[in-house]
Design a protein around this ligand. Structure first.
Ligand SMILES: CC(=O)[C@@H](O)[C@H](O)COP(=O)(O)O
Ligand SMILES: NCC(=O)COP(=O)(O)O
Length: 250
């Protein structure tokens, strides 16, 4: 089975939120991705609601369920609830995502930038993983290359998501070969521990192929930032042409 693509729609929500209205429409964007063949939809709502919000999560979960595709909800299970953010576990109870991906990011972070320290966080994660599994969610834990992923299996996770930010950075600097061995070793350790493997963060058309060639057996990649940026480039010419056609008819 080849690797599946889950499209992260956070950046569509950022664009929408910048004007305060409903455009671009998140559900339309989700449908467009699914019509194009994407295997699933990912969002990573933050407690400060700068990306997708509570109602978006519920609407996208419904759309994914109705379309028979995976909805992957990402978040920090330790971040407290606040006005506008019910908390990750509560959101999962309400949205029932097919996959819950736990990420140890703090509010102050621009974006996710590391995986769990399983030796430190394992005991606290264990009951949360069990609760999510009782809800029917597959549970994936965000992990750095080099993490002790056997401990992720020991606390009940189904998968790890390899944090690929450092690979993307190395690739851009022409040093992919330096970064990849740690991912290969960690992926093998995950498989040995009975875990399936997802990967994500800063993957792009430029760096994805080389990653998957080097790290066999990745089941799913979730991609948002680069994909949305690339969609702008690849859609701009056609869109400008449509505006010009409107002008030309007047
Ligand atoms: C876990 C992960 O890597 C993604 O959820 C990422 O955080 C999304 O990127 P943004 O924070 O830029 O939306
Ligand atoms: N889990 C990673 C993800 O959902 C998307 O990350 P990015 O492509 O926006 O960096």
């Amino acid at each position: 089975m080849s690797c599946r693509l889950s499209v992260n729609l956070n950046k569509i929500a950022v664009l929408r939120n910048s004007r305060g209205g409903g455009e671009p429409d998140l559900l339309r964007a989700a449908r467009t991705c699914l019509d194009a063949g994407a295997h699933g939809i990912t969002v990573h709502p933050r407690p400060d609601a700068r990306h997708t919000r509570h109602d978006d999560v519920l609407a996208l979960a419904e759309l994914a369920r109705g379309s028979g595709v995976e909805f992957n909800l990402e978040g920090n299970p330790f971040a407290p609830a606040r006005e506008g953010y019910a908390g990750f576990l509560r959101l999962c109870e309400l949205a029932r995502p097919a996959q819950a991906t736990l990420v140890p990011d703090s509010d102050a972070q621009l974006t996710s930038d590391h995986g769990f320290d399983f030796a430190r966080d394992g005991q606290a994660l264990r009951p949360l993983v069990a609760r999510l599994k009782a809800l029917g969610c597959r549970v994936s834990l965000f992990a750095d290359a080099g993490a002790d992923v056997a401990q992720a299996a020991a606390i009940g996770a189904d998968r790890i998501e390899l944090y690929t930010g450092p690979y993307a950075e190395a690739f851009a600097a022409g040093r992919a070969a330096d970064a990849l061995p740690a991912f290969v070793v960690t992926a093998q350790a995950a498989r040995d521990a009975g875990l399936a493997i997802n990967a994500g963060h800063d993957l792009s058309q430029a760096n994805l192929g080389a990653f998957l060639d080097a790290v066999p057996g990745v089941e799913e990649v979730s991609i948002g930032h680069a994909l949305v940026g690339e969609a702008l480039y690849e859609g701009l010419a056609a869109t400008v042409a449509r505006y010009l056609a409107i002008l030309a008819r007047r």
